[in-house]
Design a protein around this ligand. Structure first.
Ligand code: GDP
Ligand code: ZN
Length: 305
């Protein structure tokens, strides 16, 4: 549920037990800087006379979110594991969320194997033009398999429906700053408001460069993972991989392109380009793809020098 670096809180039959990890966990699996992450399912042992425990085993993770370690090259920090659902909170205006931000997020989530629910917040603020834009985005993302929901935290619109989507899942709430993440979390569960307020206060002091994730229990069943370290949830390192495979609609056409390694940029008989021209693939998604591809190249150049 929580880690402070040396202690881990393990939820067991409704109570939290402070645990340490076996010493040899630290040297095993050197790719990661932390042996246990919030969301891990673990085995642990306790001594009868003590109320602390020792974690002896970590069960295989369904998925996990990593952040590259700043100091240690080639090592990564697992921020959260076993995430059932990532809520990406998006606003059409105040602030405007750009499609490239959404698409970059979706690529990362796909790479990490994390299901996404798009949440359009602040619908109470939208004028006619904003509503049109909203409908457009809903159409684009529903078509390629991403569910969407419209809400207003302020006017309490669709909050109950959203709560149902979170029931009995371990969710994480992400999105640009100002879109209403904290307000949403506070509205979902009144018990959480105090805790999350505590956390942001703690981080705002800026004393700690390492921020630890924590999982909160929802009153109606389920969990919310608070992950201060991944506000941006940046693009994963896709150097050696095919970016297009993280775009659902391109992946579906990949095998039909003339060249098996088609980058869908200039190749003849490219089915993706044809689909963009025919309006079957959204232009905005394709532009996001091109701009991410370009970014990747730049990063590659930089590394070689
Ligand atoms: P965060 O940075 O994503 O955590 O965003 P906050 O929860 O701090 O919200 C940013 C601002 O948007 C605050 O002033 C909220 O009161 C406001 N806000 C959040 N949700 C809504 C909404 O549904 N409608 C309107 N009009 N304002 C909202
Ligand atoms: Zn192609």
């Amino acid at each position: 549920m929580k880690s402070t670096g040396s202690w881990y809180e393990v939820l067991h039959n409704g109570t939290r037990i402070k645990c340490r990890v076996r010493g040899n966990f630290r040297t095993k699996g050197k790719v990661y800087t932390n042996p246990v992450a919030v969301g891990d399912h673990v085995d642990f042992i306790t001594k009868k006379e003590e109320n602390t425990g020792l974690i002896t085993k970590i069960h295989e993770r369904n998925n996990y979110i990593v952040r590259k370690s700043i100091n240690l090259r080639h090592r990564a920090h697992i921020i959260a594991s076993n995430v059932d659902l990532a809520l990406l909170v998006v606003t059409i205006s105040k602030p405007k969320t750009y499609p490239i931000f959404i698409d970059r997020f979706l690529v990362s989530a796909k790479a990490y194997n994390i299901p996404v629910q798009l949440v359009f917040n602040k619908i109470d603020l939208y004028d006619e033009k904003d509503m049109q834009k909203l409908a457009e985005l809903e159409k684009i993302y529903n078509k390629i398999g991403y569910p969407t929901i419209r809400i207003s935290v302020k006017e309490k619109i669709n909050i109950e429906a959203l709560k149902l989507l979170l029931k009995n899942k371990n969710s994480v709430v992400l999105g640009n700053s100002g879109v209403g993440k904290s307000s949403l979390i506070n509205t979902i569960d009144s018990n959480l408001s105090l805790k999350t307020a505590d956390i942001s206060h703690y981080h705002n002091k800026g004393k700690h460069t390492t921020t630890f994730a924590e999982i909160f229990e929802l009153e109606n069943g389920g969990f919310i993972t608070d992950t201060p370290g991944i506000k941006g949830f940046g693009l994963v390192n896709l150097e050696d991989e095919n970016l297009a495979t993280y775009f659902n609609e391109m992946l579906a056409l990949q095998s039909e392109c003339k060249y098996y390694n088609c980058t869908h940029t200039h190749e003849p008989d490219c089915k993706v380009i044809a689909a963009v021209k025919a309006g079957e693939i959204s232009e905005s998604r394709y532009l996001s793809y091109l701009s991410m591809l370009e970014e990747d190249k730049d990063v590659g150049k930089y590394r070689k020098n």
